[in-house]
Design a protein around this ligand. Structure first.
Ligand code: A2P
Ligand code: MG
Ligand code: MG
Ligand code: MG
Length: 354
């Protein structure tokens, strides 16, 4: 791991190095599984087993690497998956499969000399059963964010954040299918056609991107557009995840000309943070409760790139309330110039809908 001056002087430098190592290793497992899904025939593509294996495998590797790399720290992790289903009698074949996939990934990497049993795998998954909360430190993990994109062969992210005394202080987003080169010239990147973006941020130290395979990190910043007519906005790829009648009415109120850029997962937060677009509207259907792991890593990447992330009422997101986000309807991320106008449009659109 290169010790950049800003990383060496970073109060969360050790945690950042461990988190990057953990996410990079999990990404290798996910990439292997995704290649397998895409090569398989139509019938087995409809089977959810491969993605399940990757979700669990990613969570196991991340919990393992964090504990290995930070042996003196107490460990608490709020993660999406738990071992309940894997402990059932009919899940033993899947558990076997996860165990060998995890062990093969560890051997291929070569950093650790260890082999996990099925019990070790179950225990590592259950390492993610913390309730989080306002005191102490808690890792926040979505081992595969954007499952539907993962199955389709599109965007997904491995998203790891760190909560310290109720604040998100670190975020790492591994986006194996996101081109490294910005699709917008705002940040002037010229990394060719390389695919695989690795975003990371720690509080007060800015946000950076590097190639998932490793490259010199580059500082990223939000686009500085002030006129919403020039802005483009991101939303979920999946229609069932986003209230599109509301997002299109918000876009219309703002005079946004460009069509919505639809993408799965927290890759949207990463793309926004490096200026690929100007606004991210996350407006789920009524009744959907947001989890902390769907937003923690992505939101600090955006705020450290100079952006703002708010709920529909204009409040900051509160990650200290446990596994769920305590927020009013919808999440909005954009730059400081556009935020007041976007919030106004969001609130008007919500009011008109009622
Ligand atoms: N009905 C839903 N509405 C909004 N988001 C959802 C819904 N169901 C699951 N999600 C989660 O929200 C994220 C999807 O966001 P997006 O549509 O922007 O990619 C994923 O983390 C997904 O979980 P998962 O991690 O299991 O894939
Ligand atoms: Mg998710
Ligand atoms: Mg997930
Ligand atoms: Mg899920």
């Amino acid at each position: 791991m290169s010790q950049l001056p800003e990383v060496a002087a970073n109060p969360y430098g050790a945690e950042l190095a461990a988190a990057k190592k953990a996410v990079a290793l999990a990404a290798r497992l996910c990439q292997r599984v995704q290649r397998g899904i895409l090569q398989s025939d139509v019938q087995s593509k409809a089977d959810r087993t491969p993605v399940t294996v990757a979700d669990y495998g990613s969570q196991v590797l991340i919990s393992l690497v964090l504990k290995k790399e930070l042996p003196s720290q107490s460990f608490s992790m709020v993660a999406e998956e738990d071992s309940k289903d894997l402990r059932k009698d009919d899940a033993q074949e899947i558990l076997e499969h996860i165990t060998s996939l995890v062990n093969e990934t560890i051997v291929n990497d070569g950093s650790y000399n260890m082999s996990l049993s099925k019990e070790d795998v179950l225990a590592a998954i259950d390492g993610g059963n913390s309730e989080g909360g306002p005191s102490g430190r808690h890792w926040i993990l979505d081992p595969i964010d954007g499952t539907k994109g993962f199955i389709r062969g599109d965007q997904y992210a491995i998203a790891l954040g760190l909560l310290d005394e109720g604040r998100v202080v670190l975020g790492v987003l591994g986006c194996p299918n996101l081109p490294l080169k910005s699709t917008n010239m705002h940040n002037g990147s010229s990394s060719g056609d390389q695919v695989g973006s690795f975003f990371f941020a720690t509080i007060g130290c800015g946000a950076r991107v590097e190639a998932l395979e490793g490259s010199e990190p580059q500082k990223i910043s939000m686009c500085s557009i002030k006129n919403p007519a020039d802005a483009s906005f991101f939303e979920s790829f999946e229609a069932s995840h986003s209230k599109r009648d509301l997002t299109s009415s918000i876009a219309e109120k703002l005079g946004v000309q460009a069509p919505a850029v639809r993408m799965d997962s927290q890759a949207k937060y990463g793309a926004l943070a490096r200026g690929d677009g100007a606004i991210y509207l996350r407006i789920p259907h009524k009744g959907y409760i947001e989890t902390v792991w769907d937003n923690a890593a992505g939101s600090i990447v955006v705020t450290e790139a100079g952006g703002m992330v708010k709920d529909a009422s204009g409040n900051d997101l509160d990650f200290s309330k446990g596994r769920y986000l305590d927020r009013d309807r919808g999440i909005i991320a954009t730059n400081k110039y556009l935020m007041p106008m976007v919030l106004k449009a969001v609130q008007e659109a919500i009011k008109e809908e009622q």
